[in-house]
Structures are given as structure tokens and as C-alpha cells.
Design a binder for this molecule. Structure first.
Ligand code: SF4
Length: 100
């Protein structure tokens, strides 16, 4: 959760794990209700488990590459070709299953 939020740019590089919860809550509560916050957490967690791996994130297949700070830093701005290479449909073989 913390790793993905930092890579995408929701959290600054110096925001600690301990402070991340308060920062994200302040960022998201104007837009999301309790269920939305829970879903954000669940999907962000899943994203870190299935795509945005600790050692080698699977950026070429990632649907967030268009606005991800890490992607831009390592690959440059997402080109139309790179965005088009993102699977448009659910790809269970590559992405696994959403945890319950
Ligand atoms: S583009 Fe890469 S670093 Fe950014 S969220 Fe996706 S997998 Fe993670």
C-alpha cells in the first residue's frame, strides 16, 4: 500500500509508513466515503501484490502508468503506444485474482 502510493505519487518520497495513513485519509476523504476508502485500500493492496511488485514492478502491463511518477521517472512520459499496450480486459493469467 505504502510502496504503491509512493510510486504513483499519492505520497511524497519522505512520507513514512506511520504518517502515510493520515496523509492518504486527508487526500481521499473529500472524494470517498467509507466504502470507497475500503475499496481504495483493497485495490491498492492488490495492485502491489499483482503488478507493482517490490523488486520489479510490471510497469509495461500497468493501467496506472499514464499518471505514475515512478513510470515517468524510469521510462519517460507514457506514450500512446505504451498506453495501448496495457491490457484492456481483465487478464487473470497475468494479474491473478482480486483478494476478498
Ligand atoms: S506504472 Fe509501475 S510503478 Fe507505477 S503503479 Fe504501475 S507498476 Fe507500479
Amino acid at each position: 500500500m505504502h510502496r504503491v502510493a509512493q510510486r504513483v505519487g499519492f505520497l511524497g518520497p519522505k512520507v513514512s509508513v506511520e504518517k502515510a495513513h493520515a496523509v492518504l485519509l486527508a487526500l481521499l476523504t473529500p472524494a470517498l466515503d467509507a466504502e470507497g476508502l475500503f475499496n481504495f485500500h483493497k485495490h491498492n493492496y492488490w495492485h502491489g501484490q499483482q503488478i507493482c511488485f517490490f523488486l520489479k514492478p510490471n510497469c509495461p502491463r500497468c493501467p496506472l502508468k499514464g499518471f505514475c511518477s515512478y513510470y515517468e521517472e524510469h521510462f519517460g512520459p507514457a506514450t500512446p503506444g505504451a498506453l495501448a499496450a496495457t491490457p484492456a480486459a481483465w487478464d487473470e493469467a497475468a494479474w491473478g485474482k482480486l483478494p476478498h
